[in-house]
Design a protein around this ligand. Structure first.
Ligand code: GLO
Ligand code: MG
Length: 365
């Protein structure tokens, strides 16, 4: 059997979306969860990422047993389609009680709502057979610095993580950092912050991170270096590969669409460090363009997976002996040129004109 990593892919049902943005309504009609689940396998995906209410719609208005019943139905639908749940994330940003934040709201009653809701997400995760809880701390931040005590806010986030760990000793908490949007500034903006929280928690072995490409770019950081940092701490539980064209709203473009070289380096760091060998998923979090018509609703998912696999082929066919030689020679200009040629699929300088080395040796004669 090949000793190459066999990557598994995942995405969330929200990635097949209707095209609403802050300036305009939906432009495509919705599909049901059951319809979406039917497309995963044909598209080459086996993992499903969930928000708690992707599994159990309207869960705030349901009794515990109703929640469990619906979650079991979804669990059965997953098995019927040959799929597994990758994680469940409590949606702590939609309800009016989360306007001022979830765990860091200034209202004790609203903080309690966020904790109760997170516990329900764990109940749902159990029923669909995943131990993994993602915390995207959407509104844990501030619009106005003076509105919250930041040190207290950090303590509250830590208390919430500890409460979840205690509620179920089999769960893993994966923190997905993002520096801004919807908040002006978030309290857990980077993977460094997330990993610091993990070490501070009651059980560091059960707290790790999920890195999204776009979020790292929005923090002004290099996504592959962020991944390397998490891997160095053995705390990269999953990724949200996508792309982001500079510092603007969170775009969630298809993987590789804004910066192919950065995408290559993300695949490279994952591949070189054995990510995926313990069953970790290559997760996507990509948004379909608003211009796309109904029948192209999955194009961005198929394309992102395809370009991951193309770039994986590039990583696996990189001439590492040449790279090592260029590094030993400290010839980083040529290392960069080799990388660009490799990405373009050209094997050597093809245009007319002497190579710089030839000019210099000729000058010495
Ligand atoms: C938004 C986040 C969001 C999360 C998802 C899972 O910027 O990327 O899509 O990944 O809600 O928690
Ligand atoms: Mg994400």
């Amino acid at each position: 059997m090949s000793d190459l990593t066999q990557y598994r892919f995942s995405f969330g049902p929200w990635n097949i979306s209707e095209g609403a943005d802050p300036f305009g309504p939906e432009v495509r009609s919705p599909y049901t969860l059951e319809e979406k689940l039917g497309w995963y396998r044909p598209l080459g995906f086996e993992g499903v990422q969930f928000h708690d209410d992707d599994v159990v719609e309207g869960l705030d208005g349901l009794e515990h047993l109703q929640i469990i019943k619906r979650a079991r139905e979804v669990g059965q639908a997953l098995r019927d389609h040959g799929l597994v749940a990758e994680f469940v994330a409590p949606r702590l940003w939609f309800d009016p009680r989360t306007i001022d934040g979830g765990y860091t709201s200034n209202s004790p009653a609203e903080r309690q709502y966020a904790l109760d809701r997170s516990v329900k997400a764990i109940d749902i995760a159990r029923e669909i057979e995943t131990p993994n809880i993602v915390l995207w701390l959407a509104r844990e931040g501030s619009y106005v610095r003076e509105s919250k005590n930041a040190k207290t806010a950090y303590a509250r986030i830590l208390d919430a993580v500890n409460l979840l760990l205690e509620y179920d000793d089999s769960i893993q908490v994966w923190i997905e950092p993002k520096p801004n949007e919807p908040m002006d500034h978030a309290y857990v903006p980077t993977i460094g912050h997330a990993i610091a929280l993990a070490y501070q928690s009651a059980d560091p072995s059960r707290v790790s991170g999920l890195i999204e490409t776009a979020h790292a770019v929005l923090a002004g950081l290099d996504p592959s270096d962020e991944m390397a940092f998490a891997l160095a701490h053995d705390k990269l539980a999953s990724v949200h590969l996508n792309d982001q064209n500079g510092l603007k709203f969170d775009q969630d473009k298809s993987f590789g669409a804004a910066n192919l070289r950065s995408a290559y380096n993300q695949v490279r760091v994952l591949e070189q460090n054995g990510f995926g060998r313990r069953g970790e998923f290559i997760g996507l979090d990509v948004k379909l363009m608003r211009t796309q018509k109904q029948d192209g609703s999955m194009a961005h998912l198929a394309n992102s997976r395809e370009f991951f696999l193309h770039l994986l082929d590039k990583v696996r066919t990189t001439d590492t002996a040449l790279q090592d030689q260029l590094i030993a020679d400290r010839n980083y200009e040529e290392l960069e040129a080799y990388t660009l040629r490799h990405l373009l699929g050209v094997s050597a300088r093809v245009f007319e004109g002497a190579a710089p080395q030839q000019l210099q040796s000729a000058a010495k004669v």
